[in-house]
Design a protein. Sequence first.
Length: 217
Amino acid sequence: MEEIIQFDKQLLLLVNGSEWTWLDHIVLTLTNAKTWIPLYLGLFYCVVRANNTVRSVVMILAAAGLCYLMAGALDDGIVKPLVARWRPTHDPEIGMLVDVVNGYRGGNYGFFSAHASNTFSIAMFFSLLMRQRLMTVFLVCWSLINCWTRLYLGVHYPGDILVGLCWGAIVGYSVYRLYCHITTPAQYPLRLCYVPMGILLLSVIYAIAHALIVTFA
């Protein structure tokens, strides 16, 4: 186990940070939950258009909320304090070696990554719900982008990310099975999925444009 922990730390130092200020700004934008609010609204639009009753829409919103509670809130409220594994930025062993961006260090404990578990639980649930391969690719990429930002910022070890992804997958799949047990999912045409996919692309473009403006203006 000690060898695994040391490998985890060395791997983090390989992928953490860079010398490019513009990339720092991109990562800070992409890791901010507010950046993805339009994406959530796009998913909500798909849900409203595909479902004919208020009950169906509310059930999906409740399912998404359950994903958040089981994936993120459970992690932040119970797992992190119990495990008490230092974030890399606070780790007495390698904390001084971590490339910190704009003074951002996160909370004391980082096992496991709530960003990874939250985003992947949502990606898993909506991928199974919508049953569109292209949408699945976009949502998985969105989750992985969030995971990468946490490594870049040095606030999680790769092991934190991996466990978070696994837990998020379990949560998203379990919530989807529970949802299917209660009701029959609606059909989601690909044309509806173009809305959140387009929003996701625009959000990434916005992050890049904003970083370039802040860096070179």
